[in-house]
Design a protein. Structure first.
Lengths: 124, 124, 124, 124
């Protein structure tokens, strides 16, 4: 993991470390966008399983428990690892893509129309 | 979205923008860890749906098509947005969590044992 | 859909109708177990999305609303359709598999140990 | 599990056994539609994980291996168990819902337009 370079941004650096992990194991042959999208879904289900039977409200207190927080961190990290890797193999500029989607969402969910409301934009 | 500060890292900046988006709409009341974990799973399924019926190999060419790449970027961005938001509400240090998980995975999947093999670590 | 036979059980009949639907469209070429497992996950996420931002308690009242119930039925039916189809292509005897799993679960979750508790069996 | 009655259909019988399992453990308090939809998604991800890194084509041979088939059966049974339970708590008539959805799908995917094609209906 000693491949950090000063001139890279933080996300480029993390993407590079995730890519190196797969390259070292010759795993790129398995890392098609299709398979990586499945891996993200599998890891997100493992994250979700931590909150499966608790109430939504009670889940807010879970990260205050050190052991629970460690498990949340691990499962969330797995989601990020495969999400970073699909960005690698699909050559996606993540900060640009995330900010573009936030702009789209701003249009779909105008502040004045959805303040305090959780309805889907098509029903606004 | 004009809240960027020079002294923040890129991920802290993105987390802050995602948080502001929810705060502006008074949505934090819905953003429990439980609900956000569901949202990540829903968005990851929408990403996966893009690759549902294509062959794994053929999915590698999809990002070369501009329209397909735009849809992949949008769905992947949604995964990141909710993943950043669960890091916000759970106060998770993402680069630290991701690097800690890569270390754990290095131990579970030693290079010499799993080079070119996709088996699960418990079967190595 | 006029292929029902009197001597089949209800599940065999439904499996047969789902299979015919795919055969009529020459879709079996896409219906590998891998792809069908993805389809089940995609449809289950669409079902989950109906309950995304509501409280667990409030979701109990949703099926009392006719429009909401119709959407739940549609999404749940999609889960069943792909689940029946993976049973078709994998030649799985569903009632036997379901009852075998209920037996396994009975051993993992003995009534006296988990009455009223939602913890995972490994923590009992 | 000795609660079968002769005059029930197979699916009603299975629904009844799944319901009794939860009632015996006083688990209905956790079985809101929201939580059950999450459970279906979690179990479908566990099923999908069995096919994660294999090629779509190779997944067709997996059920021929007895050990692999047993695992597929277990994970698929878990999907069915929670899907039957959400039908229980939402009072859904499953055969009717499944057949209604097959009719809807017949209209969305006319045989002559989608024979041998996997595209989504909105693109037909």
């Amino acid at each position: 993991m000693k491949r950090r370079k000063a001139n890279r941004t933080e996300l480029e650096e993390l993407k590079s470390e995730v890519l190196a992990f797969a390259q070292d194991r010759e795993w790129l042959q398995f890392h098609s966008p299709k398979n990586l999208s499945m891996a993200i879904a599998v890891e997100s289900a493992e994250l979700m399983q931590l909150f499966l039977w608790c109430e939504s409200h009670d889940s807010r207190a879970l990260p205050e428990d050190a052991a629970a927080k460690a498990r949340i961190e691990e499962e969330l990290a797995d989601v990020f690892i495969f999400a970073l890797q699909i960005a690698n193999v699909s050559e996606i500029d993540l900060p640009a893509a995330i900010r573009r989607k936030l702009e789209i969402n701003s249009t779909k969910y105008p502040v004045e129309k959805c303040r305090g409301r959780s309805v889907k934009y098509s029903e606004l």
